[in-house]
Ligand binder design. Sequence first.
Ligand code: FES
Length: 106
Amino acid sequence: MAKPKRHIFVCTHDRPPGDPRGSCKQRGSEAVLDAMKGELYNNDLMPDVKATRSGCLGGCEQGVVMVVYPDNVWYRKVQVEDVPFLVEDHVMDDEVVERLLMDMGD
Ligand code: FES
């Protein structure tokens, strides 16, 4: 198996109903991950770019959270409709999608 050039991790962590932090799964992360895989496939970007589910990445209140490596770029509040922009701008054009950036305090 070849190493991917980029690896996108989408948090699909779940928590019980009523947990004050909520979870990315409750905010639709499975659909986001499916959309991401579909968009990568449709743009013939696999296997150079890989999308994988992850456990909690922190920042749960801002879910759906994802991180792109090796860029170390973190996105928050990602919805299915954002995925084509993330793939076209970030993955294909190397341009960070500023409006979805997570504030990492740096
Ligand atoms: S539940 Fe997704 S970042 Fe914590």
